[in-house]
Design a protein around this ligand. Structure first.
Ligand SMILES: [Zn+2]
Length: 98
């Protein structure tokens, strides 16, 4: 299983608690907008960089709850795309949606 982390997690046992506290305190000035709010802030949802052929723009789409597909909408025309997540994975993390 492959997962993509947006943030570097510290080594286990080393300043973990204070790191989490700082994360929470700094959340308003956090330059990373992809932090999931609420729930467990340690879990970062896997995403895929995808090119929407309809509008020729790149955007990120995120894994669904079941972890079977990446789903998202074109930020410009709202067309929905789904990318099936296969076994073994792929090194190519960028796809084009038609
Ligand atoms: Zn579009």
């Amino acid at each position: 299983m492959e997962s993509v982390s947006l943030i570097q997690l510290p080594k286990a046992g080393k300043k973990w608690s204070s790191y989490v506290m700082n994360e929470r305190l700094d959340v308003t000035s956090d330059p990373e907008p992809d932090q999931p709010k609420g729930e467990s802030s340690r879990q970062v949802r896997p995403f895929l960089g995808i090119k929407f052929a309809c509008c020729s723009i790149y955007a990120r789409i995120y894994q669904n709850k079941d972890g079977t597909h990446y789903v998202g909408n074109c930020p410009k025309c709202a067309k929905q795309v789904r990318v099936k997540i296969g076994h073994g994975g792929s090194n190519n993390r960028f796809f084009t949606a038609y």
